[in-house]
Write a protein that binds this ligand. Structure first.
Ligand code: MAV
Length: 333
């Protein structure tokens, strides 16, 4: 088990943040160090995306630049990354779930709200358009975090210690969800009993029976060996991941203009590559885990019923944010 972090992590993260912050990113074109973070090792699509991002920048920028990547959740999980990026300390770029950024920008979780996308074509159409721009703007204004591309493309399903194959088994199912309130609302609406738990505590929480499962995509279940504690995958297919590749606004603005332009296009290009990898590998990874005897895979009986239950919750969330038109525009694509 790679990701379990005890409370010591909090202290460790704080110390690391403080010490790295002393080596502030330099705006001197002769010597720029950009620092990234990933929850995963080199095999995960996020890390591959970040490596591609670094490669493109390195290839196109004529100044002296280097990259420092912190892998395997060494700097905490995405809720730590978002704080670091917002404050402009410890890291300069990362890929994060919108629902882990809600604390700074309440509307951003609309991007990864469960049951938002009908299928991969719908998801592709949305990500190839400008429809998410207002949410990017809100993130920049409120959190000082700049979206420079989109990774993602994994399909999220339930993963649990015991099988959850139908509405009866889902009723009262104690599961972890991401921190954004809309996530808990949606899973409550479909009768589960969700609680927001830090990602790096999920493995242990399932192992010790604090929760009975969570929901995640194949790439991460495999990379972090969640199948060891939650081997029953139920194909609710409730989300296709949208994962912004982001940079701290505080870092970005310090950089020379030519580098800024390279970063913006490298983000878009690397994100597109990451989406292609993760969406293509999603089914393959499920099959690999299945063939290795690590998981069982079950369809969820009556998935249409779930949709009926969540649409009013989605509508209400958008209405509270004044984002009805945005939600309608996404649905209409
Ligand atoms: C998966 O590992 C990824 O989608 C990651 O971006 C999320 O933060 C994580 O799940 C999670 O559920 O928090």
């Amino acid at each position: 088990m790679k990701l379990f972090k005890s409370t010591f992590t909090i202290a460790k993260v704080a110390v690391v943040a403080a010490s790295v912050a002393l080596v502030a990113t330099s705006a001197n074109a002769a010597d720029i160090t950009l620092r990234g973070a990933s929850l995963f090792d080199e095999d995960h699509a996020y890390t591959k995306t970040l490596r591609e991002f670094e490669r493109i920048i390195g290839e196109n920028y004529e100044g002296d630049i280097e990259f420092e990547m912190h892998l395997n959740g060494e700097l905490g999980d995405e809720s730590d990354f978002v704080t670091f990026l917002q404050q402009g300390v410890a890291i300069d770029y990362a890929i994060m779930a919108p629902s882990n950024m809600a604390v700074f920008a309440p509307a951003i979780p609309l991007m990864d709200m469960p049951f938002l996308f009908r299928d991969l074509d719908h998801w592709n159409a949305v990500l190839s358009s400008d429809v998410l721009k207002p949410l990017e703007e809100e993130l920049y204004e409120k959190a000082d975090i700049k979206v420079i591309g989109y990774a993602g493309g994994g399909t999220r399903n339930l993963a649990s210690a015991d099988p959850i194959a139908n509405m009866d088994e889902l009723d009262g199912h104690k599961m972890r969800v991401m921190g954004a309130p809309i996530q808990a609302k949606i899973f409550s609406a479909i009768s589960a009993a969700p609680s927001a738990i830090a990602y790096n505590e999920v493995y242990n929480a399932i192992q010790t029976g604090v929760i009975a499962g969570f929901e995640n995509e194949a790439a991460s279940i495999q990379n972090l060996k969640f199948y060891e504690v939650a081997p029953n995958i139920t194909l609710t297919k409730h989300a296709i991941t949208v994962r912004p590749l982001t940079m701290s606004g505080k870092t970005f603005r310090k950089l020379p203009e030519d580098l800024q332009a390279i970063i913006v296009s490298a983000g878009a290009e690397a994100g597109a590559m990451g989406r292609e990898i993760e969406s293509r590998e999603d089914g393959e990874k499920l099959k690999e885990m299945l063939d290795a005897g690590q998981i069982t895979v079950t369809e969820f009986e009556g998935r249409e019923k779930l949709l009926d239950l969540v649409v009013p919750v989605q509508d209400e969330f958008a209405a509270d944010l004044g984002a009805n038109e945005l939600l309608e525009a996404i649905r209409a694509m």
